[in-house]
Design a protein around this ligand. Structure first.
Ligand code: ZN
Ligand code: ZN
Length: 212
């Protein structure tokens, strides 16, 4: 595993230090401090966007619709990033995600300020560029999805499936477990909806393999 990470690091121009080669990016993303800071920032984003949206005095229906739409959009963003960015060998993020596939229980998180750094310009653009009143609650839903995703994924690797309370939740555990064995299937962590849409659900992949 370490050898594989070394090769990936070398392939990405990472400097060698002693017998191991590790980029500062890998070191930071695998640190406990970064994980806690990332959880704090990821939790803070929906709170911040709810506060910003609340000041606009929207009706409850606009708040709920914007929030749910943001949550739904996040499930698609999650699928797209996981499938086409994290599993793309040419991507700069590939080594980090590959390290997670090699050591699923190890600490692995994005750089802590990333959700804030990415979403704040989007909020500014939607609010002041396009004058969208529901932008704050849309981003509240989207960032709440991001926080839920982060928690769910880390619990999937730290809690055993037989200790998980609900059947539907056990289904999420099982689906992600399959992704770690057959990494071209089950990209969706929060939902399998987009896997069914794009034909990457484990059942569809199995059917295709049997027909081939
Ligand atoms: Zn995982
Ligand atoms: Zn993956």
């Amino acid at each position: 595993m370490i050898e594989l990470r070394d090769e990936l690091g070398a392939a990405n121009g990472v400097e060698k230090t002693g017998s191991t080669s590790r980029s500062w990016l890998s070191t930071l993303s695998e640190s406990r401090a970064n994980l806690w800071a990332a959880n704090f920032v990821d939790f803070g984003c929906p709170v911040l966007f709810a506060y910003l949206g609340w000041r606009r005095h929207l009706g409850w229906s606009s708040i709920v619709v914007s929030f749910l739409f943001g949550l739904f959009v996040f499930t698609f963003v999650e699928y797209v990033i996981h499938r086409w960015l994290l599993h793309n060998p040419k991507s700069v993020f590939y080594p980090l995600h590959n390290a997670h596939h090699n050591a699923p229980e190890a600490i692995s998180a994005g750089l802590f300020p990333q959700s804030f750094v990415v979403l704040m310009p989007v909020w500014l653009l939607l609010t002041y560029g396009f004058h969208l009143n529901g932008a704050s609650f849309f981003l509240c839903g989207l960032s709440a999805g991001n926080f839920y995703f982060g928690m769910l994924h880390s619990l999937e690797h730290s809690v055993r499936i037989n200790q998980v309370p609900f059947r539907w939740l056990q289904g999420r555990w099982a689906a992600h477990g399959v992704h770690h064995k057959l990494d071209h299937t089950n990209y969706g962590v929060m939902t399998s909806f987009w896997d069914y849409v794009f034909g990457t659900h484990q059942r569809q992949a199995k059917r295709k393999a049997m027909q081939a």
